[in-house]
Design a protein around this ligand. Structure first.
Ligand code: DGP
Length: 111
């Protein structure tokens, strides 16, 4: 059995507030939201991070990127949104299953 938290959420072993799913990805609300809207988009396949992407994932990556504005619109983020991908310990990654943060709906701090 997988020890990965996001695999457990995918498999329904850990509950989540899911807002979208299809055959390639699932999307749910972050447990510690950093903005009014804070979603996590996760590929169904366990891919550790951006460092583990291969050419076979090109279709998946395009799918994820194209889905983000659609989800943002559905969440009412008409004014814009922010996406973040933390990669590796040095990049602040805590869960080692690739995911894209989608944030918006409140004033986001500048970098
Ligand atoms: P990152 O630092 O990029 O690896 O972000 C991981 C995010 O995952 C962090 O913002 C909190 C969120 N998270 C961790 N565990 C859970 C969980 O069990 N449920 C939900 N909904 N979010 C989680």
């Amino acid at each position: 059995m997988s020890e990965c938290i996001f695999c457990k959420i995918r498999d329904g072993e850990i509950p989540s507030d899911k807002v979208y799913e299809d055959d390639q990805v699932f999307v749910f609300r972050d447990i510690h939201p950093k903005a009014e809207v804070h979603l996590l988009m996760v590929p169904r396949e366990h891919i550790g991070s951006l460092n583990n992407l291969a050419p076979q994932h090109d279709g998946l990556v395009a799918h994820m990127l194209r889905l983000l504005p659609q989800l943002a619109r559905e969440q009412g983020l008409d004014d814009g949104f922010r996406t973040i991908i933390n990669t590796g310990k040095g990049g602040g990654q805590e869960v080692f299953h690739l995911h894209i943060h989608l944030l918006g709906g409140s004033d986001l701090p500048g970098f």
